[in-house]
Design a binder for this molecule. Sequence first.
Ligand code: CU
Length: 140
Amino acid sequence: MTVRDPMHFVANTKTSGEVGCKVQNVLRALRLTALFTVLASAPCLAEEANNAGASPQATVTMDHNTFIPSEIAVVPGTTVTWVNKEDMVHTVVDANKGFRSKFITKDTSFSFTFVTAGEYDYLCSIHPNMKGKVIVKPAS
Ligand SMILES: [Cu+2]
């Protein structure tokens, strides 16, 4: 276990600093302030990006004329992304018309965020026997 000693650290910083005239000290302080402003704002941006990425995600691939997995269970708020892995063009169409993709070509995708709990049967409109299901239920 590592224990940091902030007092020791600060003391070292002070004693190692040069003793300059007041103008130089003020300029140095201003530069430090600018530096700290940059340093302080950068972690905030990173945190926002992390928070955005924290929303639940799920992926369904399309390959061999099949949705893989054909059935997934997710919690409300999950964004499901369907990725086409083959040359065949597919679509993702909700049987109850809640969502409908355009043509999804190879290595492109379609995403939909499921807010409401329920069972969502969907299919590929080009290959109607290519079916899948998303089950949205609150985490127990
Ligand atoms: Cu298809």
